[in-house]
Design a protein. Structure first.
Length: 349
């Protein structure tokens, strides 16, 4: 899909989530063809680096200022989380929105903009290294018995023990996009046998995706019994919702570990809790959950074989890389060339 500027006036780019001044300056340096609108005092205070959903507390006057900026915007850097359902009405000039997340399909659908004339581009690939490193960390944590070591330290207890290695074990990556292929690459680097599942595999060479074997989505049942570690990194679509339920968990080895860096709804959480309680599988490392923040009463907090990350596995030099992507896309937009990472409104990724 190609988007192009149709006016000789500068394109007005509104930055809708906190961005460090040096990255704002990089966007502004593109030249007179763009004008950057940025009011960080209206965007809330980041709670952590790369926080794109900082809480907002605007006065009526501040909200009026913000909506005046929205009304001018040709391009948005990130979603305006305070006015999602009114985005089309409040930003009538909006032609293109660059998201800071890869998985925006369901959000765009929920706010009713799948059929709009706005072009949405995702941050697909930006988080691949950080997410893949989280998976590697989680696998090492389980194979080196991290829970046991933490408990031994807490009790000031010294007793030598023995572990195994990741080398020679089988890693199944469910979803071989940019992140999945990076997870597979790191698995291969430590000597694992890596198998992958992808929606369409026709004409693909497994080696180009860093896997030893490649399976179509309908062969998931063949893959799960083979794996010592299962990594979920599929987009959230109608076909992947509740992809892993009681039936699929029963297919896995009792020694297997499930790692979810996709979306919480990919897994039947109640079935997973039961599988973990009964030791039907050995453990789970979870970055995403059905409800976020994870409720304090969730049994997952108390299970001794669960590693919990508060949807933070993707953070790293995120804003730097997203800015690079955005600047490249602005150049493409100005030249009338196809943009990178355009959201497919049918596939939702």
């Amino acid at each position: 899909m190609t988007a192009r500027a149709t006016s000789s006036e500068p394109l007005k780019i509104l930055i809708a989530s906190y961005l460090e001044p040096e990255y704002v300056a990089q966007i502004a340096q593109i030249g007179p063809s763009v004008q950057v609108l940025y009011a960080p005092e209206l965007l809330g205070t980041p709670r952590y680096p790369n926080d794109h959903t900082a809480p907002h507390q605007r006065t009526p006057e501040d909200e009026e200022r913000w909506r005046a900026l929205l009304a001018q915007a040709d391009i948005l850097y990130d979603f305006d989380v305070t006015n999602l359902m009114q985005l089309r009405q409040l930003a009538p000039r909006l032609k293109w929105l660059q998201a800071t997340s890869a998985g925006i399909g369901q959000l765009v659908k929920r706010i009713g903009l799948l059929d709009s004339d706005i072009v949405f581009t995702t941050a697909s690939g930006v988080h691949r290294t950080a997410l893949a490193e989280f998976c590697l960390m989680a696998m090492l944590f389980f194979v080196k018995q991290g829970f046991y070591l933490a408990d031994e330290k807490a009790h000031h207890h010294w007793e030598r023990y023995s572990t195994t290695t990741l080398a020679g074990q089988t890693l199944a990556v469910i979803g071989l996009g940019r992140v999945g292929s990076k997870v597979a690459e790191l698995g291969k680097a430590v000597g694992m046998r890596v198998i992958g599942v992808k929606r369409s595999i026709e004409g693909l060479d497994p080696a180009t995706l860093s896997v030893d074997a490649l399976y179509p989505a309908e062969a998931l049942g063949e893959v799960l019994p083979l794996a010592d570690f299962v990594v979920l990194i599929t987009p959230h679509t109608d076909s992947t919702e509740q992809l892993i339920g009681a039936t699929e968990l029963a297919m896995m080895k009792a020694s297997a570990v499930l790692i979810n860096i996709a979306r919480g709804v990919i897994v039947d959480e109640a079935a997973l809790i039961e599988a973990l309680r009964s030791h039907q599988i050995a453990g789970a490392a979870l970055d995403v959950f059905a409800t976020e923040p994870l409720p304090a009463e969730s049994p997952l907090w108390e299970l001794p074989n669960v590693l919990i990350c508060p949807h933070s596995a993707s953070t790293g030099n995120e804003n730097e890389v997203i800015t690079e992507l955005f600047i490249d896309n602005i150049g493409r937009y100005l030249r009338g060339e196809p943009l990178r990472n355009v959201l497919d409104h049918k596939l939702l990724y």
